[in-house]
Design a protein around this ligand. Structure first.
Ligand code: IDP
Ligand code: MG
Length: 157
């Protein structure tokens, strides 16, 4: 029921001062932040994160871009959080992303596209471990108004 997923605010998001805007969109939706970390992430970590793409022609450029400046790793929790986050992000190519989505509203590029979000439960578990290797870095907490965000009896059993 409740899922956790990894979001990255990519270096372009930080350089363009959109971190607050993007985080606010997740929060306004009703998703919960359970971990937050700003770093200029090192190459080896980014290569591991994107290892599914290592044979693709854009891999080297992607890793270089992701390490080119500070980024923010965010652990997000909510019911069906993985799919909900992906929907809020919009299509990979920002020019094709629907208005109303983060990429559709705030970005113009295919590769420099503001955010990452895990695309499956397996990816979420793997990626959360890469960016938050110490379980103590994730904070379990229960919003006091959870019953106004969800029909708790129906949806959070
Ligand atoms: P996603 O971020 O929407 O899940 P993926 O296909 O997993 O998209 O690709 C990971 C990232 O690699 C994208 O967000 C984008 O930054 C970059 N990327 C993907 N495909 C291309 C491409 O064809 N050209 C350039 N960059 C790409
Ligand atoms: Mg992806």
């Amino acid at each position: 029921m409740l899922e956790r997923t990894l979001v990255l605010l990519k270096p372009d998001c930080i350089q363009r001062f959109q971190a607050g805007e993007v985080l606010a969109r997740f929060e306004r939706k009703g998703l919960q932040i359970v971990g937050l970390k700003m770093r200029q992430f090192e190459k080896s970590l980014l290569e591991k994160h994107y290892e599914a793409h290592k044979e693709r022609p854009f891999f080297a450029g992607l890793v270089k871009f992701m390490g080119s400046g500070p980024a923010v790793a965010v652990a997000i929790e909510g019911k069906d959080a993985i799919e909900v986050v992906r929907k809020l992000m919009g299509k990979t190519n920002s020019r094709q992303a629907e208005p109303g989505t983060i990429r559709g509203d705030l970005a113009m590029s295919f590769s420099t596209n503001l955010v990452h979000g895990s695309d499956s439960p397996e990816a979420a578990a793997r990626e959360l471990k890469i960016f938050f290797p110490d379980a103590n870095e994730l904070v379990a907490w229960k919003p006091s108004n959870l019953n106004w965000t969800y029909a708790v009896e129906e949806e959070l059993k």
